[in-house]
Design a protein around this ligand. Structure first.
Ligand SMILES: [Ca+2]
Length: 178
């Protein structure tokens, strides 16, 4: 009778299949299942988001950007510590009330966080898990638009990205806040 035939069991289907095909299909499943984000990708994102939030908090608090200049700029947090000091409340010219806008963990051996100077009163830089600084693109001409990694981002004052495991900007493994 139509509709009463039971569907073929999976084992029966497997018996009919070419063994090579079964191995191939299993291999594909394994490859898909084992594919993970590169190690450190998740830990790289948290400081990037924290920097972005800190810039926005500063903007709300003081009504201006936490960095001087009239045209958009990209700050690298491993070499340019001026922005970090402002956001960490470690200077009192641009951050007169010394508010700590940026809260990120401390790193080690120029990786995975903030590296302080010996006297702990300033920082050497903020580093991603692979030892590079974060790129911070700032909208300093106040047009609410920034170009980051070759992408145009609208309605934004700040965007942050890590170069990822290959330490090159603009490649697929970059860890970005947008
Ligand atoms: Ca990259």
């Amino acid at each position: 009778m139509l509709g009463t035939a039971s569907p073929p069991e999976i084992c029966d289907v497997a018996k009919e299949m070419n063994p090579h095909l079964i191995v191939f299909v299993l291999a594909i499943f394994c490859l898909c299942g084992c594919r993970r984000e590169p190690l450190g990708t998740k830990t790289a994102l948290a400081p990037a988001v924290a920097i972005e939030s800190a810039v926005n908090y500063y903007l709300t608090e003081y009504g201006s950007m936490p960095y001087p200049g009239a045209s958009d700029a990209t700050i690298l947090t491993s070499t340019d510590t001026e922005l970090l000091h402002v956001l960490l409340g470690l200077e009192d010219e641009m951050n007169k009330r010394s508010i700590k806008f940026l809260i990120v963990r401390e790193g080690k051996e120029n990786r995975n966080g903030l590296i302080y100077t010996d006297d702990s009163r300033s920082v050497v830089g903020l580093f991603d898990p692979w030892g590079s600084g974060y790129n911070v693109r700032l909208d300093l001409d106040s047009d609410q638009k920034i170009d980051a990694r070759g992408e145009t981002l609208n309605n934004r004052r700040v965007a942050v990205w890590s170069n990822g495991p290959d330490r090159k900007s603009g490649t697929k493994d970059d860890v970005k806040t947008w």
